[in-house]
Design a protein around this ligand. Structure first.
Ligand code: SAH
Ligand code: SF4
Length: 398
């Protein structure tokens, strides 16, 4: 399918969605692959070797069909094809921003009602020295940060490991970015992964972990742990686990330096207030001056952007190997905030810089296709205040 054709794809009504008849092997670990091979009668002595072959074809070379797997016997390929696929999530639409950012809308089967589908978005941001893929972890989000578009969407469900790694595979497919395929300059295009799409990754810990272990596996997608960043709004108990079990770079959505304001902007703060959050950062395994924790700070006009806030921010982060990422607020239809004036962002940034922190301002990318931070949302309906409160209460008690 050409890019132009994909860009014109229309969403078909969700009711007509037909779920795949055979399960995909995408997302399985080596051990799980071996187990599935056992289910279809592969002899125990062969399972490990066959699983490794599948692993290479799927995650290193991006095979889209068993017929591509030329070092696997014909009979075995036929047998695999009878029971399984290596399908990724279906691409429903592709949008290309005038700055080169691409957004894919992916369709996934719904967990409980097989006739309905769910949708999720994933964004590729090309820069001169890297290409970053922003990956989603949930359909919607249980949390309701007041400045975030995704937060207005009902949580529908957690993504599976296959649907998370599937986003990376779709990007490599669409960009022709697999190991033995041609790319324009011979380098990989997707060089960095950020778990900053829809959803709170640490409320879907196991699936995110399993997917990122495939992303960072040398014989898999092969992206170094240092080039993978997981962003959390502050699910404290799973922060340490992220360091211990995944070992990727950590980003914290801080956005406010006092509990009172953070309670409002990031309601999860009522459950895990600043003090506990910052202690978890101090304890984060592997953090060092060479591997700093990123603190994300969205610039909201007249809300959190005073020089007093900047001062307090520097105080709070004392003793933590940190860098600060200022994010100009990206507006979305119906949002209650405005982005700080550029002047003020510069003053804020300068204060932090003078205090010794690197403080890049994140250039908004893909705003024209609603692909920038916090703009992702796959369903259009907005929740009523009562529904939001109910969701919030749910999130606070689990
Ligand atoms: N749920 C995770 C990861 C997804 S959000 C988290 O909250 O960290 C990725 C980043 O975009 C977070 O720092 C989030 O706070 C920020 N963000 C959300 N809405 C935004 C908006 N409208 N403008 C700018 N940044 C936003
Ligand atoms: Fe969820 Fe993150 Fe958006 Fe908050 S900022 S609502 S945690 S996606």
């Amino acid at each position: 399918m050409t890019l132009a054709a994909a860009a014109q794809l229309e969403k078909t009504p969700l009711e007509t969605y037909v779920p795949p008849a055979k399960p995909s092997l995408i997302g399985l670990s080596r051990a799980e692959l071996a187990e599935r091979l056992g289910h279809i009668g592969v002899a125990p002595a062969q399972r490990k070797m066959r699983a490794q072959q599948l692993w290479n074809w799927m995650y290193l070379r991006g095979a889209r069909d068993f017929s591509e797997m030329t070092n696997v016997s014909k009979e075995m390929r036929a047998q695999l094809g009878e029971h399984f696929t290596v399908d990724r999530p279906e691409v429903v639409a592709e949008q290309i921003s005038n700055d080169g950012t691409r957004k894919w809308l992916l369709r996934l089967p719904s967990g409980d009602d097989v006739q309905k589908a769910h949708e999720v978005e994933c964004v590729y941001i090309p820069e001169t020295d890297r290409g970053t893929l922003c990956v989603s972890s949930q359909v919607g989000c249980t949390l309701n940060c007041s400045f975030c578009h995704t937060g207005t969407q009902r949580l529908v469900r957690n993504l599976t490991a296959g649907e998370i790694i599937g986003q990376v595979m779709v990007a490599r497919d669409r960009l022709n970015d697999w190991v033995d395929r041609e790319t324009p300059n011979g380098n990989r295009l997707v060089t960095n992964i950020v778990m900053m799409g829809m959803g709170e990754p640490l409320y879907n810990f196991e699936a995110v972990r399993d997917a990122l272990l495939i992303v960072t596996d040398n014989e898999g997608i092969g992206i170094s742990r240092r080039r993978v960043t997981l962003s959390t709004s502050g699910v404290v108990p799973n922060i340490i686990r992220t360091g211990e079990e995944i070992g990727v770079m950590l980003a914290i959505s801080l956005h406010a330096v006092r509990d009172e304001l953070r309670d409002e902007l990031v309601p999860l703060n009522r459950k895990y207030p600043l003090k506990e959050l910052l202690q978890a950062c101090r304890d984060y395994p592997g953090a060092s001056n060479a591997r700093r924790i990123t603190f994300e700070y969205v610039m909201l006009k007249g809300v959190n952007d005073s020089l007093d806030d900047a001062r307090r921010l520097v105080q709070l982060l004392k003793g933590i190997p940190a860098k600060i990422n200022l994010i100009p607020f990206n507006p979305w239809p119906g949002s209650a905030y405005e982005c700080s004036d550029w002047d003020q962002i510069e003053k804020f940034s300068e204060y932090i810089f003078n205090a010794g922190y690197s403080s890049p301002v994140r250039t908004p990318r893909g705003r024209d296709i609603l692909a920038a931070c916090g703009q992702l949302k796959s369903e259009t309906e907005k929740l009523s205040v009562r529904e939001r409160d109910a969701l919030r209460a749910m999130a606070m008690t689990d």
